[in-house]
Every structure is written in structure tokens, then in C-alpha cells.
Design a protein around this ligand. Structure first.
Ligand code: 13P
Ligand code: SF4
Length: 311
């Protein structure tokens, strides 16, 4: 198995050079994909990298909305994803037709959409945000401006509390972060009084209230590197532990279990991508992300607005 993976990695490296391709990977990808990638990051870092790459082909090792964002930013480049079915439960919790009706019912509101949404929802948004810039984006609007925040109610509630706003929240959430159990967090904190609890803002409010630090995947990673604590209870998807262990090999990381039988919070969509599928898609140049031109044009505006506000 190790020999097979090593061979695939060598072939991927060769194809990458021959085709002038770049591999962008999210922290929730399996370790071998993270290790072969040219850049590993959170949604904001990945978007910024997609915008600035000189490569002819972008292989996006992440979920569909992330690869779609890379395509919107690079309409003339080929954007590939190892598995086209790698979706996102949070993006799926906001169907475009239902969101259009919701927006129509609140015509005096502007729309901030979390990047975990479809291109169709992005076309109906005034600005996009990620978990690392959400506060900055929200605070770029005057206090009296009425706002809709979609689709993540957990992140929306957290940002409302942080900024003193009262944004209207779409009722969506991530199934992976929603499954993280507060009972497990409380027990782990009691068993490990020397550990700090760090959580992604997609977690439920009850978990965020217990956290010592809340941040995007990059925020969580940087916190574990810079903080003097040597033990962390991590409330997010398991993939991030790979970079945490690489960056701080002498620190201890405990993932919060989602229930008593499972100690792994694997995102089933992120984990659809494998090193074999990555190799195949680079070799055959399918599956490719395609979008209608008008959707690209309309969805690009709120994404660019976010990127301009995030420098
Ligand atoms: P980040 O932007 O923090 O990496 O989050 C993306 C995501 O899908 C978390 O579930
Ligand atoms: Fe979507 Fe949740 Fe998976 Fe992130 S962890 S990609 S929000 S389903």
C-alpha cells in the first residue's frame, strides 16, 4: 500500500510539472493529498491562492463549492476536482430557489453568504465571507444596515454575538460539526484539565461557549503553534490534525468524538477525494468544473468584494 501511494505521488509530481498544474488542498483532505499539494489552507487562503496562480490547470482537492469558487475566479483555466460528488451538507442546506424566496420576503436586507454555498446562492449575495474574515466583512456594513446571513446559523449566531448585530439567519448547518457532542467535550475537558479547547465556528453555540479559542481551520492551526499550551482538545474535522502534528510534533491533540462509538469527525464529502482519484483526474483532466458564463460573472462580484476587504 505504501509503495503504491509513493508511486502515485511520484506520477502526480511528474504530471504536475508536465501540465503546469497546481494542486490546492483543504486541511480536511487525507494526509497524502495534503502532502502532495502545492498549497494547503482554509477557504480564504485557498481562494486567494486560486486568484493568484499562474498555473494552467488547478486541481482542487476539496469540496465542490471550493472548486467552483476557483473556477469563478479563473474562468479561462481548467479546474479539476478528484470526485465531482464531493459536496457539502452546509451548502446543500440552502437550495437556491428557497433562498431566492427568502431574499424576496426581505427586500430591505443585503446578503452576506458564507463561502460554503452554491454558485447560484453566490449570485444572489452582496458579499461572501469565510470563517476567518466574517467579522471584518460584517463590520464593513453600517450598524443600521439590515443583513441576511446564509447559510450557516451557527457561524451567523456567533458573528451576531461578536459584533452586536442582529442579522437574519438562514437555518442551515454542517452535519459534521453539528454531530460534535457537548457531553463528549465536557468529559474530555474534565479528563484533561491542562488542555485548551479549540473549536471551529460551525460548531453549535453550546460548544463555542466552552471554547478557549474559536477560529477557521488556519486560525486553529496557528493558535496551536503559537500558544504555549501543549495539549489541545480539537472540535472540528479530523483532517486538520495532520498539519497540527506536523507543525507542533511535541504537542498533543485530542479530537472531540461525535458520539460514544466513533472518535472520528470525518467529513464524508471531503474524504471522497483519494490519492488515486487525484492522480486519475490530473491524468485524464476530468472531472472538470464548468459553470454558465452569466453565473460566473454574477458570482464573481461578491467573491471579489470579499477578497478586496480581506487584504
Ligand atoms: P475553513 O474555511 O475554516 O477551512 O472551513 C471550511 C469548512 O468547510 C469547515 O467545515
Ligand atoms: Fe461542508 Fe461540513 Fe464538510 Fe465543511 S465539514 S465541507 S461544512 S459538510
Amino acid at each position: 500500500m505504501i509503495g503504491k501511494t509513493t508511486k502515485l505521488i511520484e506520477r502526480i509530481q511528474r504530471l504536475k510539472r508536465d501540465k503546469n498544474a497546481v494542486i490546492l488542498a483543504h486541511y480536511y483532505q487525507v494526509p497524502e493529498i495534503q502532502d502532495v499539494a502545492d498549497f494547503v489552507g482554509d477557504s480564504l487562503g485557498l481562494s486567494q491562492n486560486a486568484l493568484n496562480t499562474n498555473a494552467s490547470i488547478i486541481v482542487f482537492a476539496g469540496v465542490h463549492f471550493m472548486a467552483e469558487t476557483a473556477k469563478i475566479l479563473n474562468p479561462n483555466k481548467k479546474v479539476l476536482i478528484p470526485d465531482l460528488m464531493a459536496g457539502c451538507s452546509l451548502a446543500d442546506s440552502c437550495p437556491a430557489d428557497k433562498f431566492a424566496s427568502f431574499k424576496k420576503m426581505n427586500p430591505d436586507h443585503l446578503v452576506i453568504s458564507y463561502i460554503n454555498c452554491s454558485a447560484a446562492v453566490k449570485t444572489m449575495s452582496d458579499v461572501i465571507c469565510t470563517s476567518s474574515n466574517a467579522i471584518t466583512i460584517v463590520e464593513s456594513f453600517p450598524k443600521e444596515q439590515k443583513l441576511i446571513f446564509a447559510p450557516d446559523k451557527n457561524l451567523g449566531r456567533y458573528i451576531n454575538a461578536k459584533t452586536g448585530r442582529n442579522m437574519l439567519l438562514w437555518d442551515g448547518s454542517c452535519e459534521v460539526h453539528d454531530m460534535i457532542k457537548v457531553e463528549a467535550v465536557i468529559k474530555m475537558k474534565a479528563d484533561n484539565p491542562d488542555a485548551l479547547l479549540i473549536a471551529h465556528p460551525e460548531c453549535k453555540a453550546i460548544i463555542l461557549e466552552l471554547a478557549d479559542y474559536i477560529g477557521s481551520t488556519t486560525g486553529l492551526l496557528n493558535f496551536t503553534e503559537k500558544n504555549s499550551a501543549t495539549k489541545f482538545i480539537v472540535a472540528t474535522e479530523t483532517g486538520i490534525l495532520h498539519q497540527m502534528k506536523k507543525t507542533s510534533p511535541y504537542k498533543e491533540f485530542l479530537i472531540v468524538p461525535s458520539d460514544s462509538t466513533c472518535s472520528c469527525n470525518d467529513c464524508p464529502y471531503m474524504k471522497m477525494n483519494t490519492i488515486e482519484k487525484l492522480y486519475n483526474c490530473l491524468k485524464t483532466e476530468i472531472p472538470e468544473i464548468t459553470l454558465p458564463e452569466d453565473v460566473i460573472e454574477m458570482a464573481k462580484k461578491p467573491i471579489m468584494r470579499m477578497l478586496e476587504l480581506s487584504v
